[in-house]
Design a protein around this ligand. Structure first.
Ligand code: AHG
Ligand code: MN
Ligand code: MN
Ligand code: MN
Length: 334
């Protein structure tokens, strides 16, 4: 019996699940895995090399770009360019779509939306950060891919995943047949299957929100937080508050232990802070594939019809029973 299954072996063994792909999606996932290893190498020695701190630039989000934001963005785009399976990239770090123009990619079928480095504010203080990716098939059949190939509803994704650069580095992804987690074994430089068929617990006792924004939260969210904090031993309340500030890290913890992650509209972000195309859609699909729920407060995140590349949405995702309890509070205030 083989002692471990690498990401590459797993992808090949499950290739039959991709009805229309003849290996291209497999190769695309492999390319992402390679870039993740390169980013992991820099994250792991950050502090020893000149990869911390500001890149002295501001991205389209109006955020100060960190050197690792730029490095990660470059690594993923380079891996996608050389892999030849991707025709267009939408990255948090680029205002417009990045066309992967090369003779081999002109026939490429896939579109990748990516948050190259999630949790940038945590890089310089050695707290877990991540990468989030979302893959679609292009809609146009030939010629140059366009923004219309990118702005697809979340339920049209063909693959979605995240990498967490934490106490260990993991790659977690779905292609619509459940969620599987792979842990990087540095001794062989391979992601190995460590968390097959991940399921988020039906309920949990962790709520994750930046309570610094409490004053501006919608009333339903305030009511839900009060519910989380009430004494009720029958339902294991008060719950525990845990907030890391890297979406990937907060989501990954909740995937394993159960919990709910909330990023509502705030005074700074009237539509919520998190971006639909490369944070909320991929994470929402993973959560749903693991048996959880992912809503915007007005419906399912995966049903949102995208209008712009960097549009934001409120996001409430995690254990099904916890999200449904929040929905009760939302319904009661509508
Ligand atoms: P990014 O670093 O890719 O810009 O994303 C940061 C996001 C997300 O990772 C996290 O959940 C959220 O910002 C934290 O926001 P606050 O600091 O406002 O709580
Ligand atoms: Mn950012
Ligand atoms: Mn992010
Ligand atoms: Mn980012």
């Amino acid at each position: 019996m083989r002692s471990f299954l690498t990401l590459g072996q797993f992808i090949i063994e499950n290739q039959k699940d991709f009805p229309y792909a003849k290996g291209e999606l497999s190769r695309l996932l492999r390319d992402i895995g390679i870039a993740a290893k390169l980013v992991n190498r820099e994250v792991n020695k950050a502090g020893l090399v000149d990869i911390l701190g500001s890149a002295d630039a501001t991205n389209v989000q109006g955020e100060e770009q960190k050197k690792l934001d730029v490095y990660a963005d470059e690594q993923f785009i380079q891996a996608l360019r050389s892999g030849g399976e991707c025709c267009i990239v939408a990255s948090e770090e680029h205002e417009d779509i990045v066309c992967i123009d090369s003779h081999i990619s002109s026939t490429a079928k896939y579109v990748v939306c990516i948050d190259p480095l999630d949790g940038s504010s945590n890089i310089d203080v050695n707290v877990s950060v991540g990468t989030i990716f979302s893959i679609y098939r292009r809609i146009s059949v030939d010629g140059k891919a366009t923004l219309d190939d990118v702005l697809q509803q979340g339920d049209r994704q063909v693959a979605a995943g995240y990498v967490i650069y934490g106490s260990s580095t993991m790659l977690v992804y779905t292609t619509g047949k459940g969620v599987n987690g792979f842990t990087l074994d540095p001794s062989i430089g391979e992601f190995c299957l460590s968390h097959p068929n991940m399921k988020i617990p039906e309920s949990g006792q962790i709520y994750s929100i930046n309570e610094g924004n409490y004053i501006k939260f919608p009333q339903a969210v305030k009511n839900y937080i009060k519910y989380c904090q009430e004494e009720d031993s029958a339902s294991n309340r008060p719950y525990t508050s845990r907030y890391i500030g890297s979406m990937v890290a907060d989501i990954h913890r909740n995937m394993l232990l159960g919990g709910i992650f909330l990023y509502p509209s705030t005074s700074s972000y009237s539509k919520g802070k998190l971006r639909l195309m490369y944070e909320c859609n991929p994470i929402a699909w993973i959560i749903e594939q693991a048996g959880g729920k992912a809503i915007s407060g007005e419906g399912r995140i995966l049903d949102i019809k995208p209008e712009t590349l960097h549009q934001r949405t409120p996001a409430f995702l995690g254990s099904k029973a916890m999200v449904e309890k929040l929905e009760e509070f939302i319904a009661a205030t509508n």
